[in-house]
Ligand binder design. Structure first.
Ligand SMILES: NC(=O)c1ccc[n+]([C@@H]2O[C@H](COP(=O)([O-])OP(=O)(O)OC[C@H]3O[C@@H](n4cnc5c(N)ncnc54)[C@H](OP(=O)(O)O)[C@@H]3O)[C@@H](O)[C@H]2O)c1
Length: 398
């Protein structure tokens, strides 16, 4: 019997306790031995919880128990979560985590520490929630040079964009509804400004291209400037709008950015709606693989964290630590990437035709025009747009 501990008993922590209990035999078979929930680290009493007898407030109780082999960090943030993760590794315990902020900012250091101390550091739940994504990327696609990883990496923004598209709501209405349904936090900044998707993009890039990126270096634009009229124009043009995190191998190193994109209605990602997430991986041998599923939620995320716990126990003798890339990776300039562009402007068809020859604009019910340019880099698109009363300029996924 091997003990594990859960740090933090919120949405994901509760899910981990429930999923681990519900699939006890299957997880024991996966781990190669029986697993017992030894401790739950909390910072307030929960007298009604069925696990109240496992709850402790002092991390050193967990740290000092030699029978605890794995610690699941599901606290979030980079304060206590970072401190406890380090201390657990130093105490010879494997750490599994769903905390993308911590993995994106300190993952390289924690992975190196885990290697040094002969324990596993796993974080499948940190990107794509319940979607098996990082293991397929690192292991099943090990025979590929990964050329690009891109996807819908945040359920809150995808819910909002879907509501704007399907119900014609504006951003503020769709956000309010997402908050009512519990899909968006009271402070939605990390989601709607693209910060959450940026952290996940950094992790995907680290694992794909061999360079460890600082999320602060990844150009990030959220969805706060997406207007209902953009969804209307996009649909008329045969597209929908999605917030994409993209990381791409280029001749000048790795390119990574988070931006709203127009996605053709025929593309796999166009039908990924509501809180669902999806990630496409382009590999040199396999071509394009798309993985889709619930990107968040208590049990979906716990599905990933619980499998990591079992895997860490299974690999006690040969620990697993994903390669987070070499330190100091730089992000190539996003502006140089050539793509078609979506433009929204207040312009007559002749004005558009004069600047973008052969381009046919469509018009919204409010009289604004939208059109798709040919492929060009950002500077060229901005230069051409300067001749119009341009109001939106986004990449089109080609
Ligand atoms: N929710 C999801 O669907 C989801 C999906 C994928 C990844 N994640 C990630 O998983 C992590 C956890 O998310 P969550 O949604 O479960 O968050 P949450 O519901 O806010 O739960 C976090 C829990 O950690 C507790 N906590 C905070 N500081 C602590 C400390 N110093 N010691 C002990 N407990 C402490 C909090 O206690 P109090 O209750 O006292 O505040 C809270 O119960 C985050 O990194 C998040 O980004 C979440």
């Amino acid at each position: 019997m091997i003990k594990y501990a859960i740090l933090g008993f919120g949405t994901v922590g509760r899910g981990v306790a429930e999923v681990m209990a519900g699939q006890k035999e299957k997880l024991a078979a996966a781990a190669g031995e029986a697993l017992e929930l030894g401790y739950i680290l909390v910072r307030r009493d929960m007298p009604d919880s069925p696990w109240k007898d496992r709850m402790v407030r002092d991390f050193s109780v967990i740290e000092r128990d030699p029978d605890v082999a794995v610690v699941a960090e599901v606290i979030g943030g980079v304060g206590a979560a970072y401190d406890y993760s380090r201390r657990a590794i130093l105490a010879g315990k494997s750490v599994v985590s769903s905390n993308k902020e911590l993995v994106a900012t300190h993952g390289l250091e924690l992975a190196a520490l885990a290697k040094e101390h002969g324990v596993s550091y796993l974080f499948e739940g940190s990107v794509g929630g319940g979607i098996p994504l990082l293991r397929p990327l690192c292991r099943c696609l090990a025979a590929n040079r990964i050329d690009e990883v891109y996807g819908i990496l945040n359920g809150t923004t995808n819910y909002i964009l879907t509501a704007m598209d399907e119900k014609g709501q504006d951003f503020a209405q769709a956000l309010r509804k997402a908050q009512e349904l519990g899909y968006a936090e009271a402070d939605p900044t990390a989601d709607v400004e693209g910060i959450d998707a940026c952290r996940k993009t950094a992790i995907l890039a680290d694992l794909s291209f061999g360079h460890n990126l600082d999320p602060a270096d990844i150009p990030t634009t959220g969805i706060t400037t997406v207007a209902a009229v953009d969804l209307e124009l996009a649909r008329t043009l045969g597209y929908t709008v999605k917030l994409l995190g993209r990381a791409k191998r280029t001749e000048n190193g790795c390119l990574a950015f988070v931006q709203p994109h127009l996605v053709p209605l025929s593309h796999n990602l166009a039908s990924v709606n509501g809180v669902m997430n999806a990630c496409a991986i382009r590999g040199s041998a396999v071509g394009e693989v798309v993985l889709c599923g619930p990107g968040a939620g208590s049990h979906p995320t716990a599905s990933a964290v619980s499998a990591d716990i079992a895997d860490a126990v299974r690999h006690r003798a040969d620990p697993v630590v994903p390669d987070m890339g070499a330190p100091g990776g730089t992000v190539a300039a996003e502006s140089a990437l050539v793509s078609p562009w979506y433009v929204r402007a207040d312009a007559a068809p002749e004005a558009v035709e004069a600047l973008f020859s052969g381009v046919k604009p469509v018009y919204s019910t409010t009289g604004e025009c939208g059109f798709i340019t040919g492929p060009m880099d950002r500077l060229a698109a901005e230069k051409l747009l300067a001749g119009l009363d341009g109001r939106a300029l986004w990449r089109v996924l080609a």
